[in-house]
Design a protein around this ligand. Structure first.
Ligand code: V55
Ligand code: FE
Length: 487
């Protein structure tokens, strides 16, 4: 029996959706540009059974993968749960067998030693395969036509880390993937294994190193010469897990470290720079300029996540949980272990940003991300009292001039993560479309917006209307037709 009635946060628009879905020939307002061919794949979650504890992290939600498939101006939509061993075990038992976020000590004894990933964070197309990723386990391979789950993938046995990041980076010059796993040799271990995987999906390099303390290494920066590894604030221990807590707590006294390792280097070549309390959960882009390694990212002053609470018992501070686009510069020519930080824009933004991936690891100009513009209209009568909590705009942030252009989604809407589709017949940075799913709180439905990335103020090019609430996305990726064997 399923009962969500005692889950206060899972109501209204945020209630579980509970179904798998196929919609053919979706309703479209406007006209889908015929040069958009491929799939917008989204990964996120939908609780199949409620969490065991009200204190659990929403990051523990069952993985759910969905896809808008674009072909000659027509769009189909499909959504499926990620059928991990955990999902299947729960379904067979007709109840939630798994406890707190990344704490196996809180699980039902019947599932001891089962892979407990929910695989709910990022979709990846690489070497002709589609995967779902979560940083606590291996990638899960997904059939890119049916979205049914095939199983875990370890790159022909050559990928030795037990975990795989949700933020691998594909080098647009070489086509290689740079990826890693942390807590690589098991729960509460300080090992990181960093890999290079070639275009064919073969592991060509492995580098092993240890972090200064075990922390959430959620994303990295990639340059043509270096990999940048932020370590910040979140701490964990076997004692925490024994106490039945979620994996992470926030330690405001823990310094941030940023590791810089040459791509052709060894574990001993990593250099750790040290900085103040910060949270660099996601990055935008990075580059190496002579002896300087430069990272740009939406960085928080402190803990962004109330569900990974401060370890000293102090209250979570929403004022410090705002992300600002910042530049960190690491000088390899100096012996100093500090680094410089600049705030590039004074407004706070969503930390789920994107660049034109053809410029990843290279000099670039534009970053895209969502933000909330409080001066735009919000129809509280129709959409509820969510004003102040919506990301109603996508911005294009010009890092060369400091100028920002914006797209406004509507007065009953909040935007999920932005995604960029490069225009197929152009190599110009930022030429293409931005897409993303908007929640329409008034109509209780999800809408995929498509705008011209160079003319955001012009508004929609087209909007795909789903007649229901689509499951919430963590991350989405555009997969061009030549990247996947989609029918
Ligand atoms: C993040 C998300 C996760 C996770 C760890 O946004 C970090 C950061 C959706 O799951 O497990
Ligand atoms: Fe992420």
């Amino acid at each position: 029996m399923v009962d969500f009635s005692n889950q206060p946060t899972m109501k209204g628009f945020f209630a579980p959706t509970r179904f798998e879905v196929d919609v053919y020939d979706c309703e479209v307002v406007g006209k889908i540009p015929t040069d958009i061919n491929g799939a917008f794949v989204r990964l996120g979650g939908d609780w199949f059974y409620p969490p065991k504890s009200a204190d659990d992290s929403p990051f523990n939600v069952d993985g759910y993968v969905s896809m808008f498939r674009f072909k000659n101006g027509i769009v189909d939509f499909k959504g499926r749960w990620v059928k991990t061993p955990r999902f299947l075990a729960d379904r067979a038992a007709h109840k939630q067998l798994f406890g707190m976020y990344r704490n196996p000590l809180t699980d039902d004894p019947s599932v001891k030693d089962l892979d407990r990933t929910v695989s709910n964070t990022t979709p990846l197309a690489f070497a002709g395969k589609l995967f779902t990723l979560k940083e606590d386990s291996l990638p899960y391979e997904i059939n890119c036509n049916t979205l049914e789950t095939i199983g875990p993938w370890n790159f022909h046995g050559k990928y030795k880390s037990l975990t795989f990041t949700a933020h691998p980076k594909v080098d647009p010059v070489s086509g290689e993937m740079i990826c890693y796993g942390y807590e690589a040799t098991g729960l509460e271990t300080n090992d990181v294994f960093l890999y290079t995987i070639n275009k064919k999906g073969e592991v060509t390099r492995e580098v092993r190193f240890k972090v200064p303390y075990i922390s959430m290494v959620h994303d990295i920066g990639l340059t043509q010469k270096h990999v940048i590894i932020p370590v910040f604030g979140f701490v964990t221990s076997m004692e925490r897990l024994k106490e039945g807590k979620v994996h992470w707590g926030w330690d405001s006294k823990a310094p941030s470290y940023v590791g810089v390792i040459p791509r052709d280097g060894d574990g001993k070549d990593i250099r750790w720079f040290k900085g103040p309390e910060r949270a660099t959960v996601h990055t935008l882009n990075a580059r190496t300029e002579g002896e300087k390694v430069i990272l740009e990212a939406p960085i928080y002053d402190s803990n962004p996540f109330p569900f990974f609470p401060p370890i000293d018992g102090s209250p979570w501070d929403p004022q410090k949980a705002r992300a600002f686009i910042r530049r960190n510069t690491f000088n390899l020519g100096s012996n100093d272990d500090g680094f410089t930080e600049e705030k590039l824009f004074q407004m706070n933004v969503s930390d789920l940003g994107r660049v034109d991936d053809r410029f990843l690891s290279l000099p670039y100009r534009y970053a895209f991300t969502a933000y909330g513009d409080r001066d735009r209209p919000f129809d509280e009568a129709r959409a509820g009292n969510l004003k102040g909590r919506v990301n109603n705009c996508y911005g294009r942030f010009d890092l060369a001039t400091g100028k920002m252009n914006s797209y406004f989604a509507g007065d009953t809407h909040s935007l999920q993560e932005v995604c960029f589709i490069p225009r197929t017949n152009s190599t110009e940075e930022g030429a293409g479309y931005i897409i993303g799913v908007a929640s329409n709180y008034a109509e209780m439905r999800s809408e995929l917006i498509i705008a011209d990335a160079q003319h955001l103020e012009d508004g929609d090019v087209a909007r795909v209307i789903l007649p229901f609430r689509a499951t919430a996305q963590v991350h989405g990726r555009w997969m061009a037709e030549n990247e996947l064997p989609v029918a």
